[in-house]
Design a binder for this molecule. Structure first.
Ligand SMILES: C[S@@+](CC[C@H](N)C(=O)[O-])C[C@H]1O[C@@H](n2cnc3c(N)ncnc32)[C@H](O)[C@@H]1O
Length: 395
């Protein structure tokens, strides 16, 4: 199917939705009472996102925020409140009906916030040709849009181009646990439903990484729907455009604290828990970012950790039978690869079948923020206990 046809169908679909106010799409978690206090209903009722990228408090006063596929403007207006009158928000969208509603409501929102003039502007434009200058944006947000764009790699490259050095993105979007088959990809009507264009989590993160972003990690995961045994879910991801390696620091080593027993960082360096690893200035910069910083001790001299050290963290599997209940875990950053203490290796975005014991491990505080976990089982799972090896390992 031609990309122009996809784009036209998607735009028509959202133009129709904007004029009728029909309900569409996915799980969000807005504080509606708070938004209703300053955003008109006309905007709120055409909120078609699948997360809350601006509402997640990643936005700081004075920042420049870009919203890709801003629709009726809900996230732009939330960002407008969070950046304050000294900040600036740019919403871009390809659909005139959406832009008309957003532009009409911008002065109303500004007045409700007590601003002398609106700090939000809406520009007509495409996600893969963003009408914004290079290196000018602190924070890029987008809510359920990139799945609708036929050439996602181009979108990711555009995001990297417009981000400031030191800037970041927080994006909510729909992804799938496996490649969407061709019969859905070529179903023009399902593009607008956020199905046909969904990437796998693995390809989504790889696309961001390929554009140059680093420190890509999960903020939120919400299951959405299962169609033809394909699990579609919403993720909110953050990542950084880091400075080049002029970074001045006396840090030379990183020691992994855990709970992972081994990780491969996004620069390709393997870290074993407790063992100091020499690192480059680029790695110092990367490993200093949240949430990576909490997994490492950075030092100027080699520093070993052992189990007795308070900084060592681990979650060991219990010595008990396990049950296979249909769970699959997907590592969603901030590492390219990671291993737990039961020999499971998780590669970013790739589903790994896990037993009940491993599920318990991955639900603990140190692991849980980094995994999207789905259950692919149908109704008939016996879930019978499987005896484990004497060391507690079973799967
Ligand atoms: C699912 S709606 C989400 C709107 C808004 N982000 C929200 O949360 O309500 C998708 C929006 O993205 C716009 N859009 C879709 N694909 C686009 C593209 N390739 N370039 C620019 N805008 C696009 C549509 O016009 C529509 O307004």
């Amino acid at each position: 199917m031609a990309t122009d046809e996809i784009t036209q169908k998607v735009s028509d679909r959202y133009a129709r939705a904007a004029s009728t106010g029909e309900q569409m799409c996915c799980p969000t978690n807005y504080d509606m009472a708070s938004l209703q206090s300053f955003i008109p209903d006309e905007v709120l009722k055409i909120s078609y996102g699948c997360g809350t990228p601006a509402g997640l408090k990643t936005v700081s006063p004075g920042e420049t925020v870009l919203d890709i596929g801003s629709g009726g403007g809900i996230d732009c207006f939330e960002a407008s409140r969070l950046v304050g009158p000294a900040g600036h928000v740019i919403g871009i969208d390809m659909t005139d009906t959406m832009l008309d509603i957003a532009r009409k409501n911008a002065p109303i929102v500004a007045a409700n916030l007590g601003y002398t003039s609106s700090n939000v502007e809406f520009r007509k434009g495409m996600a893969d040709a963003i009408p914004v200058n290079d290196g000018t944006v602190d924070l890029i947000i987008s809510n359920c849009v990139i799945n609708l764009a036929p050439d996602k790699r181009k979108v990711f490259r555009e995001m990297f181009r417009v981000a400031k050095v030191g800037g970041r993105f927080t994006i909510s979007d729909i992804v799938a646990d496996q490649p969407v088959p061709q019969y859905l990809v070529h179903d023009a009507d399902k593009w607008g439903d956020c199905l046909s264009g969904a990437l796998t989590l693995s390809d989504y993160i790889a696309g961001m990484a390929g554009a140059g972003f680093l420190g890509i990690h999960l903020i939120k995961f919400s299951p959405w729907q299962v169609i033809d045994s394909i699990y579609f879910f919403s993720v909110t991801l953050t990542g950084y455009k880091l400075p080049a390696s002029s970074y001045q620091s006396d840090i030379r080593y990183a020691t992994l604290r855990g709970p992972f027993s081994r990780v491969v960082d996004e620069l390709g360096t393997t870290h074993l828990r407790g063992i100091p690893q020499p690192i480059t200035p680029d790695a110092v910069c990367l490993l200093s970012q949240a949430p990576l910083a909490s997994h490492f001790v950075l030092s100027s001299d080699p520093l070993w950790l052992d189990r007795a050290d308070d900084r060592w963290t681990a979650v060991y599997p219990v010595d008990a039978p396990c049950a296979w209940q249909g769970h699959f875990a997907m590592l969603a950053g901030p590492f390219a690869e990671a291993a737990d203490d039961d020999h499971h290796v998780y590669r970013r975005g790739e589903p790994v079948e896990i037993c009940s014991k491993t599920l318990t491990v991955l639900e603990t505080d140190g692991y849980a923020p980094h995994f999207a976990i789905i259950n692919r089982a149908g109704q008939n799972v016996s879930g019978g206990a499987v005896t484990c090896a004497p060391n507690g390992a079973c799967c």
